[in-house]
Design a protein around this ligand. Structure first.
Ligand code: NZQ
Ligand code: ZN
Length: 390
């Protein structure tokens, strides 16, 4: 394995009833003013808002609500949140939602404590933390990104047309409450898209050096098999607690830095999807579903050993009568078939993107990443986008 430093400061409280059991006690460690952040209203329809606010009120907290955090949160929303936090002398940010809410909260936690421009200093450049971000706690309501257990925040700067993530350990939530029953009300589309995002994170890590035996790859394979099997179970029965809890924890495991240890990691596909998102505001997991098999058809020959292993260990591809290249390719096609099976889009048009869109502009806005098996050129990125057109 390559050298590494491991750190994860988020304390996780996982399981049915964890919010009722721990939220009161956890918020007791902070002052009176809680900034309750949420999205566009799902938590009011499924009762989570009512449960959380009742606990906070009975704990004697002052609740300051900051809401309408959109999917693919914008830098403007972050600045609005930072202003709100400063005006109300917030002691703790409590994000209730999915990746979008959690990411927005992390960026707010920096911006509320910083005088400069956080986009310039912490997203474009990697600024130094000589201050403490506002403390953040999260309650997860939709799984997939793993944002609850890392310092990553993916923010869209609409003016610049850039969607970019940065992972600062200082931004790890202080605590994460994860009740799988909170995810029962998530739509099938979002459940599938979030789970594909998890699968994508694992693949982006797995498909990079080293290729010799290492613990991270072994865990990654187990996680991929778990996501595939539990997603099928949750599609059959959305209230299958075992399936939902496994999906929830797999999402965290994929992005809590554990399977990244000793790995170079790729994330080229994420980079392409983020820029597609910056231009079209498409759904993150669904965008990845369109791009990932096409991207892998471009690179599998450069990472043949690992792609062959993926085909056999994850998809149980039969090796009989096939050479290494055919086995590896069969693994990529098994992934593509799975995407169809779970009902995610397979073309840009199915993703809702108009055929007239300027794909060259989007391709040119993507950075090129050299840590995977093959460094894409801008021309090849464009080719990948073009192959996603139906
Ligand atoms: O707006 P609300 O009311 O929150 O509704 C959301 C939203 O419409 C809904 N939802 C959430 N919980 C629900 C629910 N609906 C019914 N019942 C519930 N219990 O689901 C929709 C999607 O929510 P969102 O938070 O946008 O989804 P997700 O968790 O997939 O987050 C996506 C964002 O995270 C970023 C993505 O790029 C995207 O901006 N990512 C963050 C990462 C990280 N921080 O580590 C890594 C990822 O690669 C990713 O880039
Ligand atoms: Zn992702």
């Amino acid at each position: 394995m390559n050298n590494f430093i491991f750190e994860n400061s988020t304390k996780v409280y996982f399981g049915k009833g964890c919010v009722k059991e721990y939220l009161d006690w956890l918020t007791g460690n902070y002052g009176e003013n809680i900034m309750l952040c949420y999205g566009t209203g799902s938590i009011k329809n499924n009762g989570i808002y009512q449960e959380v606010t009742a606990i906070l009120k009975s704990a004697g907290k002052n609740i300051f609500e900051f809401f309408d955090i959109m999917a693919n949160p914008t830098y403007e929303k972050v600045l609005e949140g930072a202003k709100f936090a400063k005006e109300n002398q917030i002691d703790l940010i409590l994000g209730v939602g999915g990746g979008s809410v959690m990411d927005c909260c992390k960026a707010i936690s920096i911006a509320a404590q910083y005088k400069g421009d956080i986009w310039e200093d912490f997203w474009i450049r990697r600024g130094k933390f000589d201050f403490e971000p506002l403390p953040l706690g999260v309650i997860v309501t939709v799984t997939g990104t793993g944002s609850e257990c890392n310092g990553g925040a993916v923010i869209t700067n609409k003016k610049e047309k850039v969607k970019m993530g940065r992972d600062y350990p200082q931004c790890n939530p202080k605590f994460a409450l994860m009740d799988p029953t909170y995810t029962y009300s998530v739509s099938k589309f979002q459940m599938v898209s979030g789970s594909f995002d998890t699968l994508s994170h694992i693949m982006e890590i797995y498909f990079s050096e080293p290729d010799e035996d290492n613990v991270s790859d072994d865990i990654a394979e187990a996680l991929m098999r778990s996501v595939i099997c539990n997603l099928r179970a949750a599609i059959r029965n959305p209230k299958d607690y075992t399936a939902r809890s496994n999906l929830m924890w797999s999402a965290t495991m994929a992005e809590n830095r554990i399977i990244k240890l000793g790995k170079r990691t790729d994330f080229a596909c994420h980079q392409m999807e983020h820029q597609l998102g910056a231009y079209t505001d498409c759904n993150h997991g669904a965008g990845l579903a369109v791009l990932q098999p096409v991207y892998y058809r471009h690179i599998y020959k450069d990472g043949l050993v690992k792609f062959k292993r993926f085909a056999i260990h994850v998809w149980e591809v039969s090796t009989e009568g096939k050479n290494d290249e055919e086995i590896a390719r069969a693994g990529v096609e098994a992934l593509a078939a799975f995407i169809k099976e779970i009902g995610l889009p397979t073309t840009l048009q199915e993703l809702g993107i108009d055929k007239t869109i300027d794909l060259k502009k989007i391709a040119d806005s993507c950075g090129t990443i050299s840590s995977g098996y093959k460094k894409m050129t801008q021309q090849e990125i464009l080719q990948i986008f073009q192959e996603c057109v139906s």
